[in-house]
Design a protein around this ligand. Sequence first.
Ligand SMILES: [Zn+2]
Ligand SMILES: [Zn+2]
Length: 498
Amino acid sequence: MSSSGTAAFGAIPQQAALARLPLQIGTTATWSVGRAAVALFPGLAIVGVAVYVGLAAESFRRSLVAVILLCALPGLLLTAYALMHLHGALRTRASDLLFLADGLIVDGGRLHGQRMAWVELNPPYAEMEDTTARRLTLLRIFLFMLSLGSRSRQVISPVASVRVWRLYLLHRGNRRLIAETDRPIERDSMYAAATSVVAVVQGQRYVAQAPAIAAQIAMCPGCGAPAVPDDAPAVACAYCGQWVPLSPLIRGQAGATKALSQSRATTTEIIAKLRVQPRAARTNTWLLLLALLMFGAWPVGWGLIAFRVLGDGFQAPDALCLMLPLAAVLGGFFIARARLADRGALQLLTLGFGALAPQREGQPSRCRRCHGPLPGAGLGGVTQCRYCAAENIIGLDLRPSVDPARIEQQTFDDALRKRSREKLLWNVLTGVAVVALAGWIGGTALYIADMASDDSPVATPTPAAPPAAPPSPTPHSAPVPPRPAASRPALAPPRKKK
Ligand SMILES: [Zn+2]
Ligand SMILES: [Zn+2]
């Protein structure tokens, strides 16, 4: 932080946006895509197998058809579960809320580009709904099938109550759903957005309650404006230019804080990096690409198995390969989730460390702990209070209330540590996922290689060899009659290796 005191005053730029708040970070959508990708194709496959077997067994007794319908049931439930989550992912994809002087704009997501003027909002302007929704869950589907199988009288419902939070804005007499989530991290964003909207519409941007940390604040004797202290006997008032004398205590604090903040350049850098991170639309593009991988893995993997099974019948390793696409789903999910760590961290910093709005237009922002004026740092900039040494982020938070979480911590250290821990966790999982992905790609490649060298009992690892392989008289061309099973064992080893 290079800004040295009073010179930067009034530097809070009158930019288009007063604040940007992540509305839906993208966690809800990512979880939904993951769940859908796990369930969709297995569900469809179960239905398909049940129907196929059912048609084949039509000549048998009627009761058999009922049994087959029962077999299709888990498949139907899984498919419904997947479609429900796909729909949910579309609705809850990442979005930001931009606060402008005359209204708000939704950036990214389902309502991208929607603009609402402050004057078009009706009381109570914004509402949070904390409710439950009845939804299919994987665990309940599993328990439901178990309860059917156990022949007990009591059947467990496949539907469970899931806690969800919804944010509504009251726009031109309509109650409009803006965001919905079942993840606590997005709930916090949505609560902050609701409070900010109400505050801005009612013109209550200024914190009225007493500061948490009482600090003696130097005031200009000429105009009464609060002064940002420095390591000097007096500072010039930013408004009227008159000299404001500083007590030795205030001067000492200011000097110590200044020295401290110069040594914390890395923190400032990390936060600057978090701030310029890509917008919601970019997050959604990534999720779409990863979703294509997660869903596409199933038809590709299963298509290869089908091709092979049609060629030489179902073998034990084929059953193992049926679940290989799951590695791609896991990989895609972890990569998508890791990409959200920074969006989550920015939200955490915004909600916990936002400076308070100035008392009057043109004045400096105020410290979230002691309400002292802050050295200017520009919108979204990091600045350290020269009265109580608390770190603040300028102009990202419009809420007038000061909840305990906003006062608690003096520095960003804990929040940033939490972020690096989360990043580490998801990066490790991404590493695992990449290995799983490599396993899937490698397994698929082996599968293809195995098919290419299909009929050679030697099963040479070099792909160039098969056509010349001497022991097999017909390397590729149409072994129309089903081959004797004896030719298989020679092929099994390379396939097992995956
Ligand atoms: Zn003054
Ligand atoms: Zn302070």
